[in-house]
Unconditional design. Sequence first.
Length: 117
Amino acid sequence: MRDLMKTITLSVGGRDDTTRRALAAFSGEPQGAHHSFASADLLWQTLTRKRWDLIQAMTGQGPMSIREAARRVDRDVKAVHGDVRALIHAGLIHKQDRNIVFPYDMIHVDFVLTKAA
């Protein structure tokens, strides 16, 4: 079942990680959908709690109106509209006709936390 699901991996990684994945893809190794943040701070700035809730509500649901997305997370349409703009700008969701879509059925979050310097 998992193989049939469209999965996106969200990660924290720098240029070296991106280059490694690109080289693997050029060698024919499937990479799947991937969205990398330059730092954990950028990930948390982009994926606030309310935006994460919005993405969860959209996961596997296909295109929907902003009004429907707001209804699913029980929030004001205007506030959700601002979060939608931020998520579109970050490249995590996109517009499709007059709707918005998060075209994945599953999200995998992958990053390593190490001790402070």
